[in-house]
Design a protein around this ligand. Structure first.
Ligand SMILES: NC(=O)c1ccc[n+]([C@@H]2O[C@H](COP(=O)([O-])OP(=O)(O)OC[C@H]3O[C@@H](n4cnc5c(N)ncnc54)[C@H](OP(=O)(O)O)[C@@H]3O)[C@@H](O)[C@H]2O)c1
Length: 329
């Protein structure tokens, strides 16, 4: 079998993402072969085409940490040709060829059968949206209810942030959206945000304990923003932290934890175990389904992946970018 792929190569001048024809033996071991319908653009995919981005373990590599599509061959009894599936995380797009191609081959233990979502909807959710769902679930597990008070979402126009706003408002929470793109207020309101504020901490100094304002937060920004958020959570509240677009440091103190009983909940989607991963995807088709996916989604053919990823890296990207593979090479 010969097929088209976008292959990332390390060169003297950086990482080049090149459209190439490859053969079946280019794919890595795995029980399930998938005709890719869609991939998507995540922050991590941006890092995959960044020199010293710190996520890719070997080049040349087909990037794309998300892939959705149709099984064409399976050596595992759980999957059969024609099954519609999503696979994301684990080594996909960082050490195992990913979704920026017409075909992918992955271990069966990384694959989720779609039930109630189309491949396009699953790609629009993708890793970022799945991380938003994990964050919301972690807050619900910590006891958060809509009557507890407003819930803050930082990086609100980003992939994780925008899907978190959508899911939380759909569940009846009062959502406060923090964004650097104040021109996006209307979109965030349509997703269900009750109010829209600027990036945090803005001009404010981060205190060990600030004014208690939010019952909980979904944070994918990290850095000083996360420190400010922790200092502003009401008694007994929680913050689900998944990202570092604002920095990987955390200049905070223990005060929010020991004086307000605030919990910091770590979120990792990449190695989330497959059984729980499949359960949460099933809920993403039901009670946790984002209500405004078509509004959040931008579409581009996968051959334009590089320019879409640059908007993620320069901070101008918003929502979720679906990258079409089938018929787009
Ligand atoms: N833990 C996990 O499993 C997991 C999974 C997925 C993603 N992540 C991480 O979560 C983060 C977001 O990923 P994503 O795919 O949602 O990326 P994204 O679509 O690029 O969104 C990131 C958002 O962060 C905000 N932002 C950008 N630069 C910033 C800065 N310098 N300071 C403060 N805010 C900034 C922007 O939102 P506004 O303009 O609205 O402020 C931007 O839209 C990344 O760090 C990613 O690595 C982690």
């Amino acid at each position: 079998m010969e097929f088209q792929a976008m292959v990332a190569h390390e060169t003297d001048s950086g990482i080049a993402l090149v459209r190439e024809e490859v053969t079946d033996d280019f794919l890595m071991p795995g029980e399930v072969t998938i005709k890719v319908h869609f991939s998507s653009a995540n922050y991590k995919d941006g890092l995959a085409i960044t020199p010293r981005g710190g996520v890719v373990r070997r080049y040349p590599l087909i990037p794309g940490i998300d892939l959705t599509g149709e099984v064409t061959a399976s050596d595992d009894p759980e999957f059969a040709p024609g099954d519609l599936v999503v696979a994301h995380g684990y080594d996909i797009g960082v050490a195992h060829h990913g979704g920026f191609a017409e075909y992918a081959r992955v271990p069966a233990g990384w694959v989720v059968k779609l039930d109630g979502l189309t491949p396009r909807e699953a790609a629009a959710i993708g890793t970022a949206g799945y991380t938003a769902a994990m964050s919301v679930q972690a807050l619900l597990d910590a006891g958060l209810t809509p009557d507890a008070g407003p819930v803050l979402v930082t990086g609100a126009t980003g992939g994780v942030g925008s899907v978190a706003v959508d899911i939380l408002s759909g569940l009846g929470f009062e959502v406060v959206a923090s964004t650097g793109k104040l021109g996006a207020s209307e979109l965030l309101s349509t997703l269900g945000a009750k109010s829209v504020i600027g990036r945090l901490p803005g001009e404010e100094k981060v205190r060990a304990l600030g004014k208690a304002q939010w019952a909980a937060a979904v944070d994918s920004v990290g850095g000083a923003s996360l420190a400010y958020v922790l200092s502003s959570i009401t008694y007994g509240g929680a913050v689900a932290a998944s990202g570092l677009t604002g920095g990987s440091d955390l200049p905070t103190t223990v005060m929010p934890f020991i004086l307000r009983g605030v919990s910091l909940l770590g979120i990792d989607s990449a190695h989330f175990p497959i059984a729980r991963r499949r359960e949460l995807w099933a809920r993403l088709a039901k009670d946790l389904k984002p209500q405004h996916l078509s509004l959040l989604e931008n579409y581009a053919p996968i051959t334009e992946a590089e320019s879409v990823l640059h908007t993620i890296l320069d901070g101008t990207h918003s929502g979720r970018s679906v990258l079409g593979a089938a018929g787009e090479f």
